[in-house]
Design a protein around this ligand. Structure first.
Ligand SMILES: [Zn+2]
Ligand SMILES: [Zn+2]
Length: 300
């Protein structure tokens, strides 16, 4: 019965406090599996698949989990939101409703006592401990009433562990097919699972966590936002635009997070491309007057 907790998020509604050790076994397992690279080795194909798996899933997290599900900064079809909810879930950062509900809570309480992952509580707490706690396991359903009306999103949120599993199986099948039909690529099923899922997921996860642990500490502040959010170029590159976190806290309803031409925001470019294809629409931009009022003027 204990194992069902890993597969069905509705199975445990009891309210406990402290670290949920049983549930974090899979989290530790994902990290340990990266060491299997010693046995599976490496190939150009494996590194390319690792990179693609990172980029595609990071885009699903930043453009859809964050800018769409959490902040509604553009509109899209029910099919597109389902596809990107599934890709996002395969990133192993829980389901779209859990992610959006906790993120909405963060924006209301940023760096205040109620903030669930403020670095004021320490680096490790804001980086990963906060989501390993019993009290933060359940989706805060009252914060995502707009998303609750879609049964398919509720299903993805309830059984989120299914999607990383399907990705790993898909990578195994791909690797075995390449090994049989294109042996010159020097890869196989287990090699693609280790690189395309485990290594890629660990990188993707920790870079995402850095937005909570580092982007409220290191970087520059351009706008008065009543919190410690910062703009950080390196994090913006690694997270496809999320490192412009002070900009984002200033205008959370904006689809674009890089406000200056040099503030590279790859997720925004991706969303613009989807707009050109007619797959997303009604992109929301920051209110220029509001930005002007919040700008921090440097004394010279
Ligand atoms: Zn923040
Ligand atoms: Zn946000």
């Amino acid at each position: 019965m204990l194992l069902i907790k890993w597969f069905d998020n509705e199975s445990n509604k009891e309210l406990k406090e402290g670290i949920d050790w049983l549930r974090i076994i899979p989290f530790i397992f994902i990290h340990l599996m990266c060491f299997a690279v010693i046995w599976v080795g490496v190939s150009t194909t494996a590194v390319v698949i690792c990179f693609l798996s990172y980029i595609i899933r990071m885009f699903a997290i930043t453009a859809f989990y964050h800018r769409y599900f959490s902040h509604k900064t553009f509109k899209t079809s029910r099919l597109m939101q389902t596809i990107f909810a599934i890709i996002g879930a395969s990133a192993t950062q829980r389901g779209p409703l859990w992610w959006a509900s906790h993120h909405r809570h963060h924006h209301i309480n940023s760096d205040k006592d109620a903030d669930l992952h403020s670095p004021k509580n320490g680096f490790w707490y804001s980086h990963l401990q906060w989501f390993l706690m019993h009290e933060n396991f359940n989706t805060q359903s009252d914060r995502v009433k707009d998303l609750n009306q879609f049964p398919e999103l509720k299903f993805i949120d309830r059984y989120d562990i299914l999607f990383p599993f399907l990705l790993a199986v898909g990578l195994y099948v791909l690797g075995e097919a390449l090994s049989a039909f294109a042996p010159s690529l020097n890869t196989n099923g287990w090699q693609l699972v280790i690189w395309g899922y485990f290594i890629s997921t660990v990188l993707l996860s920790h870079v995402t966590y850095c937005i909570n642990s580092l982007a409220h500490v290191f970087g520059t502040k351009s706008y008065n936002t009543n919190d410690e959010s910062r703009n950080n170029f390196l994090l913006a590159l690694l997270t496809l635009g999320e490192g412009w976190h002070n900009n984002h806290h200033c205008a959370p309803g904006s689809v674009k997070q890089g406000f200056k031409w040099w503030q590279i925001d790859i997720s925004f470019y991706g969303i613009k491309a989807l707009e050109k294809l007619g797959l997303v629409w009604d992109l929301k931009y920051p209110n220029q007057k509001l930005l002007k009022n919040k700008i921090i003027r440097k004394l010279s």
